[in-house]
Design a protein around this ligand. Sequence first.
Ligand code: AKG
Ligand code: FE2
Length: 483
Amino acid sequence: MDLCRALEAPPREVVAAQPCFTERNDTLTWTSEAIRSLQRDGFAVIKLTPPEAAAVHEMLDAAQQAFEDSVEMRALRISDEQLDDLDSRDGYVCDRVREWLELHHFGSHPFGKLEDHPKASRFLETALTFASICEARCTQALAALATAIGGGGAAQLRALVDGAERARAEDRPRETISPMVRVYKYHGVLNERDGDPHYDMGLLTLIPKSSSPGLEIQPKGSAEWVPIETTMGADEAILFGGMTLARICNSAGVHALHHRILTHGRVRISAPYFQRAATHVFLAATPKHPEEMVGQYNHRLRQVDNDELRSDGSVQFCKSRRRYSPPAERPHADRSLADCSSAHRSSGTRPSRRNGFRNGRAHRSIDRWSSPRAERHTDWQMDRRADRHAERRSDRHGSGWYTLSDSRSVDGRHGGRCADDHNWRSCEMRSSSWESSPMEAAQRDETFSRPEAYPNSSRTWDNTWDAGSEEGTSEAPSEGARH
Ligand SMILES: O=C(O)CCC(=O)C(=O)O
Ligand SMILES: [Fe+2]
């Protein structure tokens, strides 16, 4: 069949075109093929229907037009209040290597009237249409996965899907799934040093072929980087798993996919959709994980380096860089500390992918920017963030849950995590981001709420750096998955 093409390294098949909202049999066909590929290769390439593909192209075109016009993009910018809310902000963000529109809410948006901003308005509208297409696809895939696998993983996935469908039927805000869509414009400067291999944080990621091939993947069980987009058709999208999905159904052979972006000097517009479990959802304990809320798990993922994450959803702490004391009340905590490769330890020459917010050194990075356009962004967005970063750092000293052994833990390598984004970005310990809201949400939510289990989890983690492990570098380690 012509839609299924055998391709070189790795063999992959394209999941046949099936309308998104269609009869049950069609849905069954595409999802069962997709899940077979996910389990076998770690990813699936899906052929979109003509209306879906048209919506993707319309959105990519609208994005290109809007990104060209900074006045239009300004109308979409993230408010100060939302900037640090990684799990629910909506709007335009930029950093050293790329700019993007990020949306968590697909029903309503905070941008006010966009009548005077036709390009921004079209961009937003097409991005929302695109998001709803991806949402439907990913929900179908997750439901099929719940049916295909057995055990506790299936029950957890089923609960996620049921919650999502219930919320949709009752026209309520999302209950168990909190997706995010990003439409990126990369400025063409990502190379092998900066491509930042990573796992996504959530359940499923769906990415249509971008405007310029740049996505590289390591298929399941392979160390080879495959430039998958070069083999994808204009009406195809890649579907793969993130850390949360791997954690839930690793025993069914579902892994998180390791991937990176290389831009080869070209501007690239790409629109990944991230299906993520809501932060208040509880994840069951596994031999490698405590029972915890998604917000806590995400927090742990955000704290570590990419090379401390594993495709089975586990976190393998690097002994030489961080002390970890498994608390007695967490029987399932991973007590075996992996040794860290010396290559990684001596990371003095590691590239600093940080975009300038780490340690409040915003201007150091900004100075490296050359384009006038980049400077325009710094005027109204970057500087504002640097200030806020500095404020947060001082807050953290006073009120965080985490005990940092000395100022180096904050100012040196690990303290500044997560200013606003998942990659290339310095990060800050965000105790407040899930200290209150997931807890409140859990108390409201009958299905997933077991707040009594909450205080026994991440609160007791000791994330301080080993005193002797700094090795005199001020370079930042690579970051953990952020999706
Ligand atoms: O730009 C892309 O195609 C994917 C980006 C990505 O991997 C991410 O944002 O996690
Ligand atoms: Fe990613």
